[in-house]
Write a protein that binds this ligand. Sequence first.
Ligand code: KMH
Ligand code: ZN
Length: 284
Amino acid sequence: MPAVPPEALLITVAPTGAETPKSECPQLPTTLEELVATAQSCEAAGAAMIHVHVRDAGHQPTLDLGLLTETVDALHEMTDLIVQLSTGGSVHDPLDKRLKVLDARPDSCSLTMGTTNFGDDVFANPWPFVCELYQLAQERDVVPEFELFDLGHAHALGRLLERYGPPPGGKVHCDFVMGVPGGMPGTADALVAGVAALPESVTSWSATGIGRSTLPVMLASLAKGGHLRVGMEDVLTISRGVPVDSNAQLVERAVALADLAQRRPMSPGEARELLATATSRRTR
Ligand code: KMH
Ligand code: ZN
């Protein structure tokens, strides 16, 4: 990885998540129309990738394959964003359904590198599941984003790559998800330790801090030359006690901080090259 921070910045927006009830946060995009409108406004604000959790007609998280496919297709049609589907789903989703997510043919999928306590719940990612999902992503030409909730997950990533080889396209991109109760804390110190623990084959990384760790993690990531994930999956207040208006507001804030750090948002095309998604390889 370069010692000098790259100028171009990948901003991923994670607009919905699986945890927040619509009833508690009406501005959370949960319908397809809301999601597409959110994706468009976030793309205009500077996002290049969208990390998607789908909700059903009752606004509940779902891994229904028809809805996932419809969502991927709509986002491809209406935006230029890289579409990343969550394979993490909600803590209640069974592993077999999480593997099926790849049938919806996203550009990218999240792939969490180990089991972690998740508040009062357990986010299960047993090693055999991680291996199966990774091999499936390789077979299907879906570029994984390795989600690291804890320091040990960085070491597990090294083990995975050693055993099964590189992802499709050969780039290795991971994302530190910090500040989850049960995972690593959302601090600059933890991020520095996490980056130091990354396998050498990692070609790019981003970071996001949950809740009030969002700003410390964002600033630390910019300082370390990392990329950013923002969005209402991770934070619901823009400052203490003030609710977020929209996902675009969070992207705009990231762009403003990046500007101070002399980083500019990457276009979706540049992000496709960074991650070597299948589309970018076809057009080379
Ligand atoms: N909803 C969390 C339990 C992912 O998207 O891959 C898992 C999660 C990670 O959000
Ligand atoms: Zn997610």
